[in-house]
Design a protein around this ligand. Sequence first.
Ligand code: AMP
Ligand code: GLY
Length: 421
Amino acid sequence: MKVLLVGGGGREHALAWRISQEGEHRIFSAPGNPGMATVGENIDLTPDRIGEMADFAREQGIDVTIVGPEAPLIDGIVDEFIARGLRVFGPKRAAARIEGSKVFAKNLMRRHKIPTADYAVFDDPNDARAYVERKGAPIVLKADGAAAGKGVLICKDLRAAYDAIEQIMEARVFGAAGDRVVVEEFMVGQEMSLLFFTDGATVVPLEPARDYKAARDGDEGPNTGGMGCYSPVPLVDDALRSETLERIVKPTIQGMLGEGIRFRGILYVGLMLTNRGLQVLEFNARFGDPETQVQMPRLDTPLIEILQACSSGRLDEVDVRWKSDAAVCVVMTAEGYPGRYERGRAITGIPEAEADEGVVVFHAGTKMAGGELVTDGGRVLGVTATGPTVAAARDRAYRATAKIAFDGAAYRKDIATAVSH
Ligand code: AMP
Ligand code: GLY
């Protein structure tokens, strides 16, 4: 089969790697990365060039296109492919709004009685200030639109909340994403993410993965895209999974369908387990990163089969199975990330790391320069290992990580330690 993968990060490398293990598929990645070049061919097209992407898929006779990042989904890449009769995995624009607009997601949850923090929506900063004054702090401010993961501001006191309103709505640091804000009650609890395959009717959970968002050990330091991950997650038991499925995911998917929006793709549910029970923090319309990097090595059923069934409404016909092996991913970052960082540092040791049993190194921010592999992003590599237990996978992942070097390399030392049972 001919497969086109849209994107070029660790998530997309993990998807391409997975498919490359499933048979004689020809994989094209746009734009891909040096890791993806080892399992297929990279195409010089960025994900925002939707029309050219569809031209390429038609000219090459691509059997299925898989969209990794949220931006092209929010911009309607799936609508364009479908309009041209091309098979594609991911939600259409109207369904991807569940990630692209916090206001849309919150109002949808309110209409369908899905548990989430109490909130109000404002397009006038004075009204937002008056509401914040009445509610008090701590309080959470969220820019409505996509803001590269930076649009959520947790405000400890009123002063911080007024600053946030000023930054989002008046200084417009996130541009049009700040036309409206969601002002939301602050919740306390244990955070987790659960992801689901869906064809718009049938819903099948992925194995849970736990992500570490803070930059430094002990959950210190600024928030990042994700510093590491493990799977399975003992904290997420069957009861929690079925509660999420019944109280949150099914009402969301069915609620959207009742409003004429069929969600096909991955529904990523960010949850907080509070003393009032499960509450939704956010929805995403795509695979997680780095979650995918521990899920793909554990998937037993061919991914390509699942994704094709989702995009053609036949997910009920597929038996989605997982391996019992655990997986751990340690993300190596450039010094300074998530703040400013340098690019272009030579990377050594990946072949040595991958020589270890059960180890695969996913590329997140790398490129080739003068025949040499160099860093080209904040999150550089996802060093992933499998093993019979989380502890065994963790030891392998850290042994492999220690073999890889580049100037300024940083990583957390506590990924998958103290995993609760
Ligand atoms: P979001 O992108 O909406 O998931 O927000 C990013 C992060 O902000 C979440 O992972 C939480 O850690 C935090 N957060 C979001 N909403 C709330 C809330 N209502 N109460 C407490 N923390 C929150
Ligand atoms: N790891 C967080 C995300 O994919 O959104």
